[in-house]
Design a protein around this ligand. Structure first.
Ligand code: G1P
Length: 287
């Protein structure tokens, strides 16, 4: 079965973006004029996902407000002939089924995914971390295909220099990558010291998981800071059945910190058909 639900963990406090995130959730910070969360949903839609579970917290009501209808704004736009923008606004939260689940205590990524259990049900599902923005939907679509074909979970991979591995989950490949960038995964470890890392292949924020992961999450012991690591649950899966990684050359932006966010905004603005050429001229003159 191919995954048709995606879980987006979005309950964090966004401490790296304070004070902005006192009032605006990190996931709603704009990439040009579109909230990062919307870009993630668009990526999921492009991979065939038709149901998104946003794991949020009651301390972030703006996330739900983003998906609510806004009849006054739409009416105002229509009265001034701005129908295209009005149509766009009306599609938000309508062209995709959106469900909310709540994580009101910060207990880690594994715990956040576990909070979506009821909303996901007993079927394979994708997880998209909204701190990472991809250039397109191709990686997620390929991961959904690999999971459907193998019946196991699949993680997105990136090769990084060895001194960077300690910030990530790192896989231990069971063999070489095939021509499509797919590799069987023997096991994996969360944020290992460089000397103990099993490879230079890190897990990026895209997963397609079989639902047995929920039972595994319940068995994971809290690690540092009381956090339930998703990687620990995935290791239990990998050591007991088919588990694959997919390495792709997709464009990827880490928007989880101000410098990464700014880099993403600048690069995507240069490519934007509405403002790209003007922005390029200005940037060129500035430098
Ligand atoms: C999380 C995961 C880690 C993964 C990373 C990707 O870490 O725990 O395995 O490599 O996302 O961004 P975090 O960035 O939340 O520390």
């Amino acid at each position: 079965m191919r995954a048709h639900t995606a879980v987006i963990p979005a309950a964090g406090m966004g401490t790296r973006f304070l004070p902005a995130t006192k009032a605006v959730p990190k996931e709603l910070l704009p990439i040009i004029d579109t909230p990062a969360l919307q870009l993630i949903i668009d990526e999921a839609a492009g991979a065939g996902i038709d149901h998104v579970v946003v794991v949020t917290s009651h301390a972030k009501p703006a996330i739900e407000a983003y998906f609510a209808e806004s009849p006054e704004v739409v009416a105002k736009l229509r009265s001034t002939g701005r129908n295209e923008v009005a149509d766009h606004l009306e599609r938000i939260g309508r062209d995709m089924r959106i469900t909310f689940a709540y994580q009101d205590v910060a207990m880690g990524l594994g715990h956040a995914v576990g909070c979506a259990r009821e909303a996901v049900g007993d079927e394979p599902f994708a997880v998209l971390l909204p701190d990472e923005i991809m250039g397109d939907s191709s990686l997620l679509a390929q991961m959904c295909d690999v999971s459907a074909a193998t019946g196991g979970s699949v993680v997105g991979l990136k090769q990084v220099p060895r001194d960077e591995v300690s910030a990530y989950g790192v896989i231990d490949p069971a063999g070489p990558l095939d021509a499509d960038g797919v590799v069987s995964v023997r096991t994996m470890v969360e944020k290992p010291p460089v000397a103990e890392a099993p490879s230079e292949l890190i897990i990026i924020g895209r997963y397609v998981l079989t639902p047995d992961v929920f039972d595994k999450i319940e068995r994971v012991q809290p690690g540092a800071g009381g956090e339930i690591q998703l990687t620990d649950a995935l290791r239990m899966q990998a050591e007991n059945g088919p588990f694959h990684g997919v390495l792709s050359g997709i464009r990827r932006y880490d928007t989880g910190n101000p410098l990464g966010w700014l880099t993403a905004v600048v690069e995507l603005a240069l490519d934007d058909e509405r403002i790209g050429s003007q922005f390029r001229t200005w940037l060129h003159d500035l430098l």
